[in-house]
Design a protein around this ligand. Structure first.
Ligand code: PMP
Length: 466
């Protein structure tokens, strides 16, 4: 189905206004002035349409969030009904709403281990900021106020607020505005393709990479370390899947030094890896002290995030902490909670996690194994409904393209032109399709990516890069 053709004058006017007045996240405004943004106007299932009526397969689930696909009546109706009944009330100062209360009960019932409390935020960044304040408060209550340092990983992404951006390990973000803030430290990521030694097995690399944490804790002094924070699979860093055994070893190290372990499940939660939480995937298999989440909890239909808190920290805060001097106007927003309840119901009743585990993830990874045979691409990786490919100038020698070739951006644009959304992280191409993608939709995404790889190669040849 395609959209009715837009009025070209009205569209040109809208786009001109966007370029002139809209400061976009993570976008170079010079690029926008050279070429107006694509305007996306409609979505249905795994498909979106732009203002010119082009149909595009949304293999990134929006921004990793639209797990249940676009255009669902049940989620829209949940929001609509709640907005009419009670559009807003807060959860400060001794009040709550039925939707916030019910969602707190549902989420803590789903959460692994003894996580029986949740704090609601507006998204993933504020979930991570909240988590930072919680763990520091926890250590104050334990009489160890010097335990303030949070350790995370290079190329991890935890959000764009000051604490979340400090926690993240993105060099380009830190280069602007004097980040990270004090008491945020980073270790290398468990990325064997980039950091493995010749002849090193996955298991050896897993132990060596986890050992970087133990070394850093020793350097800082365990008495100063509050928590270690990791994504089960690093998403925005390029879908970096740690080798088997890495996460378990990280957990052992945290326990040995009494450091809290936090799993940032903003991407990996709610079915992305085929389980309610990414830490439950057998390849990860850890029991964190806290989980931060957002995105998939509402399938992106309305903004909501939060922190799930295990008993150790939760009891300290709730029984001994007094008032927690923290909160957001939209913490527990009733319409967002109503949509989350509807999304959880859909994930449960439609067997979405089973679909990911039993069908969709195999199809996706088989498709990417096929794409890795393309002369331009190799080293397919992924877990659950995430997948990545590297683009190489010389695949046999793993020779990368120079940065000026902008190979990732070329491929991203070629994908859009071929009717599929793929994201570029340097010269690593990544996807995270809707969890509900059928096998034939996944095959079609891969077919279009294959076409885009051909066209990217043609363009690189024409410009003398190959
Ligand atoms: N953590 C992770 C792992 C993320 O991927 C993101 C967003 N992509 C965030 C936190 C930040 O979430 P938000 O953009 O909702 O603030």
């Amino acid at each position: 189905m395609s959209e009715a053709a837009p009025d070209p004058t009205a569209l040109a006017d809208l786009l001109a206004g966007d370029v002139a007045h809209h400061l976009h996240p993570f976008t170079d405004p010079r690029e926008l002035r050279r070429r107006a943004p694509r305007m996306i106007v409609r979505g249905e299932g795994v498909r979106i349409w732009d203002a010119q009526g082009h149909e595009i397969l949304d293999a990134m689930s929006g921004l990793w969030c639209v797990g249940l696909g676009h255009g669902r009546r049940d989620l829209a109706d949940a929001a609509h009904q709640q907005l009419r009944r009670l559009a807003y009330y807060n959860t400060f100062f001794h009040t709550t709403t039925p939707q916030a209360a019910e969602l707190a009960r549902e989420l803590t019932a789903l959460a692994p281990g003894d996580m029986d409390r949740v704090f609601f935020t507006e998204g993933g960044s504020t979930a991570n900021d909240t988590m930072v304040r919680m763990v520091r408060r926890y250590w104050e209550l334990q009489g160890q106020p010097r335990r303030r340092v949070l350790i995370a990983r290079r190329n991890g992404y935890h959000g764009s607020t000051l604490a979340a951006a400090s926690l993240g390990g993105m060099a380009d973000m830190h280069a602007q505005g004097g980040l990270p803030l004090p008491d945020f430290e980073h270790i290398e990521q468990p990325h064997q393709l980039a950091l493995g030694l010749p002849g090193e097995t996955g298991q050896e690399f897993a132990l060596r990479a986890a050992g970087w944490l133990e070394q850093r804790i020793a350097d800082i002094g365990p008495e100063r370390v509050a928590a270690f924070v990791m994504e089960p699979v690093q998403g925005a860093g390029g879908v970096i899947v740690p080798p088997a055994g890495y996460a378990r070893e990280i957990q052992r190290i945290c326990r040995r030094h009494d450091v809290l372990l936090v799993s940032d499940e903003v991407i990996c939660g709610f079915g992305r890896l085929g389980h309610w939480f990414g830490c439950q995937h057998p390849h990860i298999d850890i029991q964190p002290d806290l989980i931060t989440f957002a995105k998939g909890v509402t399938s992106g239909y309305l903004p909501l995030g939060g922190v799930l808190v295990g008993r150790r920290v939760g009891d300290a805060l709730a029984l001994h902490g007094g008032e927690f001097e923290h909160g957001f106007t939209y913490s527990g927003h009733p319409a967002c909670c109503a949509v989350a309840l509807a999304a959880l119901r859909a994930l449960r009743t439609e067997g979405v996690l089973e679909h990911v585990r039993e069908r969709a993830q195999q199809r996706l990874h088989a498709g990417f194994a096929g794409l890795a045979r393309h002369p331009l691409a190799g080293d397919a990786a992924g877990l659950g409904m995430t997948a990545a490919l590297m683009l190489w100038r010389d695949k046999a020698r793993r020779e990368p393209f120079p940065a000026e070739a902008q190979v990732g951006l070329r491929c991203r644009e070629a994908c859009f032109d071929a009717g599929v959304v793929m994201r570029a992280v340097g010269s690593r191409m990544i996807v995270a399709p809707p969890l509900v993608s059928t096998e034939s939709e996944i095959d079609e995404m891969c077919r279009r990516i294959g076409l885009a790889l051909d066209r990217t190669r043609d363009g690189l040849r024409a410009d003398g890069w190959l």
